[in-house]
Design a protein around this ligand. Structure first.
Ligand code: HEM
Length: 458
């Protein structure tokens, strides 16, 4: 024990039992960044009874994301051989369309439906609610093989539950570090734990219903993720390869993870997109002039068009950097004693990558608080390059499995919206870039937006 404590990187002291938890505010990534100024780029602190190491600069983050001893999640979050499940998940998602044009077609159809909801005769639109419904449909297509009508009560309930879970995540995050406190909170129904429990139940029973429907369908075709998982399960059973880790419960857990991870992240990124489009109308015009040159105003965009749209891509890179929607990644755990740079990381230490610090490091980004898409462009604007230290989806063998899907969605939403509308706010509206931080970092004051139809000659 003494050896372990001594071998951790230095860091701030906390209180007995709770450690540094009581000192953490709403925007933990800012505090983690501040602490790195005092203790160095890699330091440790105690959260509850857990030793946690923070990684806050690019050289160490680069090293850590390529370290095979840092691929695990905390014991409470993983529980099954994730490597196999991850490989299978990616394989199934690829079969049903991820990385192929099938998914692009379905996403485009969904966006067509979404665009009609922005048409409000020049009146303002509650964008966050509308995009959240639309993005939920995209994940539903991937997982369940179908989407929902926007006024379907099941879709409304699941979308609201997901949003509530996401905004309570700071609270849930604290619970992850204090399991004993979490059981007390639920037992005595403190805070709004009862509501939260209900939200989890809504999502859970929705996924359960979908699984039952797929089982009853009993078809050979693999159209979606649940089909793929059930087919693999059946083929294993036929080969007598019974495996407790391959069960309906695990399928439910995986589907929940995709549902949770694929909605809030895209909705929040799109909310930042709207903020910076209305804050800088000149960037809106630049994207629209690329649309005019490459796509025109009649044809639907293809994801492939991005290759000829450097400014649009530069804008998306800068949104990822300045928005830092996933400001610090999901917890990792050291599966054996290891090192990050010269720092010792003992087995079972939890590790947090603070992407925020890297995204705002003035050594990497001159004037880091400025929103400036041109930082990715060649001098004449003809080429765009993403630097290696911009990793919104994390990096290495446990990076975001939804990255490809997310890239397709973001490009198509932005281009489809600007091909049809000029995005505006009411005159005199203040546009704030302040953030709220729950499961993701999103604008705290997205103004109500006006989508003004543009004529094709523009
Ligand atoms: C702008 C959009 C998104 C961003 C910025 C983002 C970012 C991330 C990051 C940083 C991680 C943690 C990786 C690590 O531990 O190093 C992650 C994990 C994950 N993401 Fe995403 N993501 C996005 C969209 C999506 C979408 C659309 C999906 C699904 C369709 C998805 C599914 C997942 C899943 C399932 C995990 C957990 C993977 C694992 O434990 O192995 N994400 N994401």
């Amino acid at each position: 024990m003494t050896f372990r404590i001594r071998s951790l990187p230095a860091g701030p002291w906390g209180l007995p039992i709770v450690g540094y938890l009581p000192f953490l505010g709403d925007h933990v990534y800012l505090q983690f960044d501040q602490l790195s100024k005092k203790y160095g780029p890699v330091y440790s602190l105690k959260l509850g009874s857990f030793d946690v190491v923070l990684v806050c600069d690019w050289p160490h983050l680069k090293d850590a994301t390529s370290n095979d001893a840092l691929l695990a999640r905390p014991h409470s979050m993983s529980g099954n051989p994730w490597r196999e499940h991850r490989r299978l998940s990616l394989h199934i998602l690829r079969d049903v369309g991820l990385g192929k044009s099938t998914i692009e077609t379905l996403v485009k159809e969904e966006i067509d439906q979404f665009l009609t909801t922005l048409d409000n005769d020049g009146e303002s639109v509650d964008f966050k609610k509308k995009i959240s419904r639309s993005v939920t449909n995209n994940v539903s297509i991937l997982l369940f093989g179908h989407k929902y009508d926007y006024d379907d009560p099941a879709a409304i309930a699941i979308s609201a539950s997901n949003a509530e879970i996401a905004s309570s995540f700071n609270f849930a995050g604290v619970m992850a570090f204090l399991p004993w406190l979490s059981s007390l909170v639920f037992k005595f129904e403190l805070f709004n734990s009862n509501r939260l429990k209900k939200c989890f139940k809504t999502v859970d029973s929705h996924i359960q219903n979908e699984i039952v429907k797929h089982q009853e369908k009993n078809s050979q075709d693999v159209v979606d993720y649940i089909d793929g998982y059930l087919a693999e399960k059946k083929s294993r059973e036929e080969r007598n390869q019974i495996d407790d880790n391959f069960s309906i419960d695990v399928l439910k857990r995986n589907a929940t993870a995709f549902y949770g991870a694929g909605n809030e992240t895209i909705s929040s990124t799109m909310a930042w997109v709207m903020i910076y489009l209305v804050k800088y109308p000149e960037y809106q015009d630049k994207i629209r002039s690329e649309i005019a040159d490459v796509i025109g105003f009649e044809r639907r965009p293809d994801y492939l068009d991005r290759i000829r749209m450097p400014f649009t891509m530069a804008f998306i890179h800068e949104i990822h950097r300045i928005g830092s929607v996933v400001a610090n990644n999901l917890l990792r755990r050291a599966s054996s004693d290891t090192k990050i740079g010269n720092y010792n990381i003992p087995k079972d230490t939890l590790v947090i990558f603070n992407f925020w610090s890297v995204n705002h490091d003035p050594k990497l980004w001159p004037n880091p608080d400025k929103f400036d898409p041109t930082r990715y462009l060649a001098e004449d604007g003809s080429k765009v390059a993403k630097p290696p230290h911009l990793i919104p989806f994390s990096a290495g063998k446990r990076n975001c499995p939804g990255e490809g899907f997310a890239n397709v969605e973001l490009f198509l939403y932005i281009v489809c919206i600007l091909q049809k509308y000029r995005v505006k706010v009411k005159p005199g509206t203040e546009i704030s870039t302040e953030a709220a931080f729950g499961l993701s970092r999103c604008p705290s004051n997205l103004p109500t937006l006006i989508f003004e139809k543009i004529s094709n000659s523009n």
